[in-house]
Design a protein around this ligand. Structure first.
Ligand code: XUL
Ligand code: CO
Length: 447
């Protein structure tokens, strides 16, 4: 019996520990670029990337979609006699998988790990029981918790929202759930706690008091923050922006909107952003834009690593495989100082027709390789210095003289306007975009 899970049964018996085999390897069950111990810049790859497996997609999602029945029958559920036993088996499968994959972290929603009870008190008890078990599994498998979260969107009681529900009793029920999830996260040594507000938004403005709902959301988040800090927890709170789905409009629309919200309500000291690639796309941005926007304000916390399908505009949550996108993502992350509490969580699911036992491994291996390659490319951009150097030079006129005075707020508007009349032919300097794009492509090919 393997020593990385506490169950009696191995759920992925044909898969051995995944190893690095190099780019020339044709083995689908080996890493081509992710070499955990390899140093890139000042840190090892694993410490830059901090990969996490998402409990919900990997061990709960069963391939069902709005048009079809499940296609991924989970062996760890099939042999269970009741929901708590199913949760235990699922946990064994999860820790076996994470350990064989060699990811250091995982993320979970309360309801992924533990079933809803008949009453709120029973739900809390279930979570406490299973979190105590998860603690043992973490230790045995050498896996850590990147972040925990509460599922405030599946149960029918949340159909009109959770913290933004027009009924106070639902807001209070949401608080009882979040409190228990924060407790479980602390118990498990979690480094973060995420709020993604799938139903914190509206379906119609005809029945919605926008101002009140946003105030309620901020009040709820402040109270949750205060509770966590009162327990002595020093981890990061995250908000994960998404513009829509399932709500028509979500209040945490995109990074810029969330930053404004956090600053307005004084939450920006404790909250940072958890940025998801597919959500960026739904908001009409690219992943790089969202990461750079958060990083430029010192608010980049963590990342949900996936990709969408640009032609259909749904949250398809596919595994990342676009090296151009991962390179730019890692460039933004490295420029922002890298991860501290955060990491790269695969908020991604295998396709409905990916039904082989090995497919979940192959998907994660591809995603980890895509970010490892992206990291190497990003490091090349930084080490070579051409692109960052160009950006620096572009703003050189603000480094001294009147430009520096302008930045420091030492010029009146009249003085600024007066200086303007002296610069008749200013502004005709090339932005060199095509040149920079060509330089980037050279790094992409490792030249
Ligand atoms: C939904 C989504 C969630 C959050 C956690 O689109 O991304 O899985 O990451 O609730
Ligand atoms: Co997500």
């Amino acid at each position: 019996m393997a020593d990385y899970y506490t169950g009696k049964k191995e759920y992925f018996p044909k898969i051995k520990k995944i190893k690095y085999a190099g780019a020339k390897s044709g083995n689908p069950l080996a890493f081509k670029y992710y070499d955990a111990e390899k140093k890139v810049g000042k840190k090892k790859m694993k410490d830059h990337l901090r990969f996490a497996v998402a409990y919900w997609h990997s061990f709960c999602a069963d391939g069902a979609d709005p048009f079809g029945a499940p296609t991924h029958p989970h062996p760890w559920i099939a042999d269970a006699r009741n929901p708590m036993e199913a949760a235990e088996h699922k946990m064994d499968a999860a820790f076996e998988f994470i350990s064989k994959l060699g990811a250091e972290f995982y993320c979970f929603h309360d309801r992924d790990m533990s079933p809803e009870g008949e009453t709120p008190a029973e739900s809390i008890k279930n979570l406490e029981t299973l979190a105590a078990r998860a603690k043992k599994c973490q230790k045995a498998a050498g896996v850590k918790l990147l972040w925990g979260t509460s599922n405030l969107f599946t149960h029918p009681r949340f159909m009109n929202g959770a913290a933004t529900n027009p009924e106070f009793s639902v807001v209070a029920l949401a608080a009882s759930q979040v409190k228990a999830a924060i407790d479980a996260t602390i118990e498990l040594g979690g480094q973060g706690f995420t709020f993604w507000g799938g139903r914190e938004g509206y379906m119609s403005l005809l029945n919605t008091d926008l101002k009140r709902e946003k105030d309620h959301l901020a009040r709820f988040l402040s109270m949750a923050r205060d509770y966590g800090r009162k327990q002595g927890w020093k981890g990061a709170f995250y908000i994960e922006p998404k513009p829509m789905e399932p709500a028509k409009h979500q209040y945490d629309y995109d990074t810029e909107t969330v930053i404004g919200f956090l600053r307005h309500y004084g939450l920006d000291k404790d909250f940072r952003l958890n940025i998801e690639a597919n959500h960026a796309e739904l908001a009409g941005h690219d992943f790089f834009h969202e990461l750079e926007t958060a990083a430029s304000e010192g608010l980049l916390g963590s990342v949900d690593a996936n990709r969408g399908e640009p032609r259909n505009g749904w949250d398809t949550d596919q595994f990342p495989n676009n090296y151009y996108e991962t390179a730019l993502a890692m460039y933004a992350i490295l420029k922002g100082g890298g991860f501290s509490t955060g990491g790269l969580n695969f908020d991604a699911k295998i396709r409905r027709n990916s039904v082989d036992g090995e497919d979940l491994f192959i998907a994660h291996i591809g995603g980890m390789d895509a970010f490892a390659a992206g990291l190497e490319i990003a490091q090349r951009i930084i080490t070579d210095g051409v692109i960052p150097g160009f950006v620096k030079k572009r703003y050189v006129s603000f480094n001294a003289g009147d430009g520096a005075k302008f930045e420091k707020g030492e010029l009146s508007f009249e003085t600024l306007a007066g200086l303007g009349s002296a610069y008749g032919r200013a502004g005709l300097t090339s932005g060199k975009q095509e040149y920079l794009e060509n330089v980037l492509n050279r790094y992409l090919l490792g030249l």
